[in-house]
Design a protein. Sequence first.
Length: 246
Amino acid sequence: MWDWVLDPQIWIGFFTLVALEIVLGIDNIIFISILAGKLPPEQRDKARVMGLGAALISRLLLLLGLSWVVRLKTPLFEVFGHGISGRDLILLLGGLFLLAKSVTEIGHSMDAKPEGGKSRAVTSFASVIVQIMILDVVFSLDSVITAVGMVDELGVMIAAVIVAVLVMLFASGPISRFVDRHPSIKMLALAFLVLIGVVLVAEGLGQHIPKGYIYFAMAFSVVVELLNIRVRNKHAKHEEVASKMK
């Protein structure tokens, strides 16, 4: 009964799947963090927890309905010779929603007032949770299809998804606070979400774009921006010291 505990292939598959689930969940964390940042400070942690909780539930439900997930790959109709399946429709609609939401957020960020006035329009808690749940379904579908393709044991898939979401839950707070403190990082994150939206639309239309390139580009851009932030902080400290010496 417990032979699987001593099977190294099971553990390799488990840890590999956890790592992949975390990587695939980065865009989910960013989206949740940006939406939660529109709420009053006392509601943001609750929104992040509920958002990731909804992500966990949607992933587990999809895993338990594996037969339904498999049927989603069956073409329903054709467009210009390409068969559109249920999965394609979900990715297409989710990508369009993410594109619209990200572009709107970029517009709001660019129109924001200086910190002297009330710069942030407060969004209702319910609307934030609904938007998070809509994108959770799209991101969860991609995550579950990856899990099904890597591991055969349902228990291993469920355990890996739970561990990955718990890691994301602990990481979401610091990430959200960091994004809020640095507007340039927030703009970079929104640009990344626009890119993810384009990828989802392309996937829905049958054009596969390797996500490794997307995540590498994002990681490289973040490293460059972190260096810029460090340089700006050093210059600010030098100017502060110089002004005190005058």
